[in-house]
Design a protein around this ligand. Structure first.
Ligand code: ADP
Ligand code: MG
Length: 297
């Protein structure tokens, strides 16, 4: 692990105004969507943000990538303070940090060819396209496992999994140092999810980017994360190396999240119960009883 994190967030806070409550004598109320979140992401590593819907995962990612401005806190990219970057500096942040979103079809322009879509970040960055747009786009398609001669097709001519590969190809076009995947596989079938996760892991091995991977599905996170931060109510309640968090969760909320998925992965549940037994935790004794009933492992 390199000593300096690629992306470093400190004490991030985001407040949104609550609509309709402000008046002459009543100051606008504010809702704290992200409350004092800090993390470090290193090159070649994947930090997963997990938690239920509304826990502040996407907002945290948007703060850390400067897609929204912080209320307070700081963000550093490769040692550089980008918290208030503007202009050329922000454009450079946009190059170094690329995002893949949940719904590929709504993030790909339906009227543009794949060639135009995957080369768009270069045009946005006003950079020359090495070897010309077509050859460059073909090369990108190949890297994400799509047929290079499909560069002339439109998004609607692809399946969901293929469309997500196009979204990943577009992100790769500018050689990002950080790839943010915001529920990027959540809408896909389980078998397609596994393929896309395999692709992301291969690409990460080749490119060495750091990945901020957002998901509410722990089965997905377990496949790709090297470390995990568990969020609820805008706060990180538990964070650590993946296996530590999965096999020996310390926070009640993490245990509740894990308890929601044990039937599909009995091996996780066994590891969790082994560790719980070591701690003689009464909360886990309840879970153990349930397991003995045969509902789980
Ligand atoms: N632009 C916004 N204006 C007001 N509230 C927002 C905005 N974006 C997000 N929120 C609220 O912040 C909370 C966290 O949202 P989000 O970060 O999208 O959660 P997650 O990605 O974990 O589902 C939610 O309650 C959401 O409604
Ligand atoms: Mg979200």
């Amino acid at each position: 692990m390199s000593p300096e994190p690629l992306l470093s967030a400190r004490n991030l806070v985001k407040e949104f105004p609550v609509a309709g409550t402000a008046g002459l004598l009543r100051p606008a109320r504010r809702f704290r969507a992200v409350d004092d979140v800090s993390f470090d992401l290193h090159a070649g590593r994947t930090l997963a943000l997990v938690g239920e819907s509304g826990s502040g995962k996407s907002t945290t990612a948007r703060l850390a990538t400067r897609l929204v401005d912080v209320t307070s806190g700081t963000v550093h990219l490769a040692g550089r303070d980008i918290t208030t970057a503007t202009g050329q500096e922000l454009l450079e942040v946009r190059r170094q940090v690329q995002v893949v979103f949940q719904d590929p079809f709504s993030s790909l322009n339906p009227r543009h060819t794949v060639e135009r879509i995957v080369t768009a970040p270069l045009r946005y960055q006003k950079r020359p396209i090495p070897g010309g747009a077509k050859a460059f786009a073909q090369g990108l398609l190949e890297r994400v496992g799509l047929a290079p001669d499909h560069v002339g097709r439109y998004p609607a001519q692809f399946s969901g999994g293929q469309a997500q590969r196009i979204g990943i190809a577009r992100a790769l076009a500018v050689n990002p140092r950080v790839l943010v995947c915001d529920e990027a596989v959540s809408a896909l079938d389980v078998s397609v999810q596994a393929q896309i996760i395999g692709l992301l892991r291969d690409l990460q091995r080749e490119e060495g980017f750091g990945c901020l991977f957002i998901a509410h599905d722990l089965a997905v996170v377990r496949q790709i994360a090297t470390s995990v931060a568990v969020m609820t109510g805008g706060r990180v309640v538990e964070a650590g190396e993946r296996d530590a968090v999965f096999d020996d969760p310390r926070h009640e909320y993490t245990r509740a999240l894990l308890a929601a998925v044990p039937r599909i992965r009995p091996d996780w549940e066994r590891a969790r119960l082994r560790n719980a037994a070591k701690r003689h935790d009464p909360a886990d004794a309840v879970a153990r009883d349930r397991t003995d009933d045969g509902i789980t492992a």
